[in-house]
Design a protein around this ligand. Sequence first.
Ligand SMILES: Nc1ncnc2c1ncn2[C@@H]1O[C@H](COP(=O)(O)OS(=O)(=O)O)[C@@H](OP(=O)(O)O)[C@H]1O
Length: 345
Amino acid sequence: METTKMNPSELEEETLVTVRDEEVEQLKKSLPKEFFMNKLELIKYQGFWYLADTDLFKSTLIFQRHFRARDSDLIVASFPKTGTTWLKSLLFSVVNRFNHPNNQSPLLTNHPHELVCRLENDIYGNAFDYPRPQHLSQLPSPRLFHTHLPYSTLPESIKFSGCRILYIARNPLDTLVSIMYFAMKPLKMLLGDDFQLPSIEDYFEEFCAGRIAHGPFFEHVVEYWKQSLEHPNKVLFLKYEDLKEDPTLELKRVAEFVGMPFSPGEESEGVIKELEEMCSINNLKGLEANKSGVINKIYDKKSYFRKGEVGDWTHYITPAMAERMNKLMEEKLKDTGLSFRLLPH
Ligand SMILES: Nc1ncnc2c1ncn2[C@@H]1O[C@H](COP(=O)(O)OS(=O)(=O)O)[C@@H](OP(=O)(O)O)[C@H]1O
């Protein structure tokens, strides 16, 4: 897997793909708008909420219009804070396990987000630390990418090529608490030190109303769930809680899905266990590569590794709120066959 970093001056002008700022502004004006905590502007585009920041939104549009999937591409998809970083590290390890011994894994020296880049904001955005779109054609197959975009809004070439999608979902209450912690610093940076950070109750109301970046949550999850039922060779649906409970089983599902199943020999030699250990939160959290520095100029690398537990929400969410979420979950997941475990077994 290539992790080449390009200098902007190396970019060839004629290969730059973009969408004009005026077009972005025009489109934004035509979209429904809300303010998170009366401050942070969100716009509703193709049924889902996005941060209205012009650069961020623009890169989503560029990705939608210009990305060309290869049949061999493997794409991690997720709602934020549902286990993306974990799945990135697992997928990277499975796919690259014959390229280097585990004790020389690039995961030892790179943050998982640097090895599996996010299409809409890293690659098509303006974070120059990442491989740029011009560079995509030079990446060896299989290319590994990530997106937070809902299924219905993905570029046509992802939906209709042979590329495969690995979606990770997590119960809404742990997701919500994880978002609250992760958003603290970026919100202060965006809105200033005087900005009163939202409480868990504030987040809860916004989350239930679906008014959260990439939300509504349940619609995001259900879209991918339905695709995984209709096209099981195209979309693999994983749950954070299942990964916690039986990582070996889930890792085997991942390996089979990407066409690189573990051999009986690998299994008996402990290869699966080694990959699990490499990608465990305690191991990744302890690596120098993940302790300092930032991703995308804002997000502390270490902030992607917090507790990594199922049921941490019980420390923050009242029984009344949990009851409300349960009702909402029942309503939103009715007749889908999908459910979430809120507590560890
Ligand atoms: N290796 C591993 N194993 C188990 N859990 C892990 C791992 N890496 C990250 N995490 C936990 O996942 C939460 C972060 O979610 P994401 O990685 O989806 O964040 S992001 O969307 O990429 O920003 C966040 O959950 P919380 O601890 O509940 O906040 C992380 O701690």
